[in-house]
Design a protein around this ligand. Structure first.
Ligand code: MN
Length: 265
């Protein structure tokens, strides 16, 4: 599904329309935080980002894999998860809009979670207009078109009937399955080693053509960069990990001067 919008943000309407004095506040983009209780330093960095860094933003976009795994909105019964949702909810209370796209690990984030976090769900891909630029947003997993097995799994996993069956099964069983899948995952905590697990030029070109845009922002690959592609510019968001060796993390910011990649405070 593809949507076209200038977003109506909770804070200020559409940037550039000048309805409110702060209509030119920037948009921030993050992804691949893989939050869980097992990575307290990363969780603390996210808390700092939401409480302080995001303060000047008009809108915050989380482009997938906010959580390490998500097996249903009944995870909100977990105090850690409920705390993260409450933290994100402070954004809307402060007049900052929060948009969340599914990743390959948390594609079951549902309405109950979005309400608890004060967030608006975005389909993948999604086109926004920000500061005069049309930008395609995606998690990025659907662009890894050489990994045929994954693309097949993705098609199955995003099917509503399969999801309803899964969500109707006992919480303990869903939780156990998620642990097994995480162990079996080639994604791991570090960067994928094979080019098979990166986006393909064909996948990127097809998406840019489909959306009629020349700017793409995505995450997923844990290879933060700015690439010049035949069809336009591709910005890859960093994953966050402050708990294993070298600190990883950061965000993209767009304002009237354009897009730039910034480190964590
Ligand atoms: Mn991912």
């Amino acid at each position: 599904m593809l949507q076209e919008t200038p977003l109506r943000s909770a804070a200020a309407g559409v940037p550039g329309e000048g309805k409110r004095p702060h209509a030119a506040r920037p948009f921030f983009f993050i992804s691949d935080l893989h939050l869980s209780e097992a990575i307290p330093r990363t969780v603390a960095a996210f808390e700092h980002f939401i409480r302080f860094t995001a303060e000047e933003a008009d809108s915050v976009f989380i482009l997938g894999d906010l959580f390490e795994y998500w097996v249903g909105d009944d995870m909100l019964g977990d105090p850690f998860v409920a705390g993260m949702a409450a933290l994100m909810h402070t954004l809307s209370e402060r007049g900052i809009a929060l948009y969340i796209m599914h990743g390959n690990r948390d594609f079951l984030l549902g309405k109950r979670f979005m309400t608890a976090a004060g967030a608006i769900w975005l389909p993948d891909p999604f086109v926004i207009t920000a500061f005069g630029a049309r930008i395609t947003l995606a998690h990025g997993d659907a662009l890894c078109t050489s990994d045929r097995a994954y693309i097949r799994f993705r098609r199955f996993a995003r099917c509503r009937a399969a999801q309803m069956l899964f969500l109707a099964s006992p919480f303990k069983w869903r939780h156990a399955l998620a642990q097994r899948m995480r162990k079996a995952s080639h994604e791991g905590r570090s960067r994928p080693v094979s080019p098979k697990y990166d986006v393909t030029h064909e996948g990127v070109a097809a998406l840019l053509k489909q959306t009629g845009t020349t700017i793409l922002v995505h995450g997923h690959t844990h290879r933060p960069a700015r690439h010049s592609e035949p069809g336009g510019t591709r910005w890859v968001l960093p994953d966050w990990d402050l708990d294993h060796g070298e600190r990883r993390g950061g965000y993209l910011r767009i304002d009237a001067t354009g897009l730039r990649a910034l480190p964590l405070d």
